[in-house]
Design a protein around this ligand. Structure first.
Ligand SMILES: CC(C)(COP(=O)(O)OP(=O)(O)OC[C@H]1O[C@@H](n2cnc3c(N)ncnc32)[C@H](O)[C@@H]1OP(=O)(O)O)[C@@H](O)C(=O)NCCC(=O)NCCS
Length: 213
């Protein structure tokens, strides 16, 4: 059974805190017996070692099948574990959308934008990836919105997304979340025997007039 199959056909809840699912509410004793069960939503949780294999599997499916990631070779579990450890050491969030059975439906993370120079310290760059069966249900937006909240909490001023120009769902998702196109870089990428064009999208996260204010 697909981890999503229990979620099909349910409406989005109104006013539920991020990541709350029916089971949580029941355990907390918050649902009166006569009240219909609230819709089941995948929880959004910080990534842990238990998520590594799921993140690796869905990432490698995207590498093999699309130009969403400009990489040709699959990653190893060791590389994904090193990536997660480095993100955690640096305080960069890695969030997982978890199905009710604990499996990984998607993940999202941000790191420093052009981290080699300290003048970029107020800017982050994120990525978001979902399993094919989890797409088209608003989960990508929930993950990115959670990242934007964390970026603001960390005092970041700008969030960047680098998106292949052929990736219509990602371009639309980011436009809907308030990102605007700030650059288009023709033929900077190569995959599947063709040049790839990268679109840079940006969202400013606060209105500070100066960097240290
Ligand atoms: C990109 C991705 C994260 C989007 O997440 P999602 O939860 O599926 O996004 P949504 O369902 O909200 O769809 C986003 C928008 O794209 C639109 N869309 C979906 N498929 C589309 C298509 N083939 N062509 C045009 N628009 C499409 C949706 O209608 C929606 O637009 P709307 O907000 O105006 O209604 C997800 O599809 C994914 O993981 N893709 C593979 C990996 C990837 O591309 N990652 C991003 C790298 S930059």
């Amino acid at each position: 059974m697909s981890p999503l199959s229990t979620l099909e056909g349910v409406a989005a809840p109104a006013g539920l805190p991020e990541g709350l699912i029916a089971g949580h509410l029941l355990r907390e004793g918050l649902v009166p017996i006569a009240t219909p069960l609230p819709p089941l939503l995948p929880a959004i949780v910080p990534a842990g070692p238990q998520h590594l294999a799921g993140m690796l599997e869905l990432f490698n499916e995207i590498v093999a099948s699309s130009t969403a990631v400009y990489a040709d070779l699959p990653e190893t579990l060791e590389q994904r574990a090193t990536w997660l450890a480095q993100r955690q050491e640096r305080g960069h969030p890695v969030l997982v959308a978890e199905a009710l059975d604990g499996s990984v439906l998607g993940f999202a993370s941000f790191g420093d934008f052009r981290g080699c120079f300290p003048g970029f310290r107020h800017t982050a760059e994120h990525s978001v990836h979902l399993r094919p069966a989890a797409r088209g249900q608003g989960l990508g937006g929930r993950l990115v919105e959670a990242l934007l909240r964390e970026a603001r909490a960390q005092g970041r001023h700008a969030m960047m997304a680098s998106i292949d120009s052929g990736n219509a769902p990602s371009l639309r998702l980011h436009a809907r979340l308030g990102f605007r196109e700030v650059g288009r870089l023709p033929q900077v990428g190569a995959k599947f025997g063709q040049w790839l064009e990268l679109v840079l999208m940006q969202k400013l996260l606060d209105e500070r007039p100066t960097p240290e204010s």
